[in-house]
Design a binder for this molecule. Sequence first.
Ligand SMILES: Nc1ncnc2c1ncn2[C@@H]1O[C@H](COP(=O)(O)OP(=O)(O)OP(=O)(O)O)[C@@H](O)[C@H]1O
Length: 251
Amino acid sequence: MSFVTLQHVSHAFFNKKELTEVLEDITLSVEDGEFVSFIGPSGCGKTTLLSLISGLLTPLEGEIHFTTNTKNIGYMLQQDYLFPWKTIEQNILLGLKVTKTLDEDTKKKALTLLEKVGLAHVQHAYPRQLSGGMRQRVALVRTLATNPGLLLLDEPFSALDYQNKLKLEDLVSVLLKQYNKTSILVTHDIEEAIAMSHRIFLFGGKPGKLIQTFIVPTDIQQLTPFEARRHPTFSLLFEEIWKEMEQLERT
Ligand SMILES: Nc1ncnc2c1ncn2[C@@H]1O[C@H](COP(=O)(O)OP(=O)(O)OP(=O)(O)O)[C@@H](O)[C@H]1O
């Protein structure tokens, strides 16, 4: 069953009194429990599409339908946006206060999540005492603790060094599978998209259009992102997408 469906969605921004089209006629759907990635050259409208799906923006044309009545959408971004003067626990609970009434059970679940990402020991520390990778793990906990129906991940790994990025990818992937979350990842990184996704939507052009959809083979999907990169067919799909991207970047 599809979780969210976009039909003929187009969008434009006013720039210096001129209407600039940024997305044109996007039709796609994301299935319940599916992990998809949006990739494509810079400026083709990927982040705008996330904002349209989250309801921050309203499409100029076309329709976006959710099959469930969830309005709780979680965001994980490149920056962690933790409050520096609050402890890790306070940061997580603050996220919860915004979306839910904070009862003991919800609080306990949030702290269990902190344990799951290996950060129970920093519960009372401040963000400045943590590394970038640890702070992103806190941001992940803060997002998941609100039990979002849909997770929107906008370049959440891109500020991390390679090793931390791989570790966080595995963690995100395991947790999202465990909680059966529907997720959309925006990334510039083709490897990351293949390693994490069921399907990859490639956008390109100005205004941005959906150029091609790639299905990640099931045997790759079943692996962790770290293992997926070592699968024999991984590089074949990588090359296929790479060539398409190169062509789009040239046009
Ligand atoms: N609020 C806004 N007002 C005017 N123009 C905007 C606004 N937000 C985005 N744009 C323009 O819309 C186009 C698409 O931007 P968007 O950030 O969605 O692309 P993107 O594919 O996510 O890019 P990147 O990969 O570089 O993050 C760009 O040309 C951008 O300058």
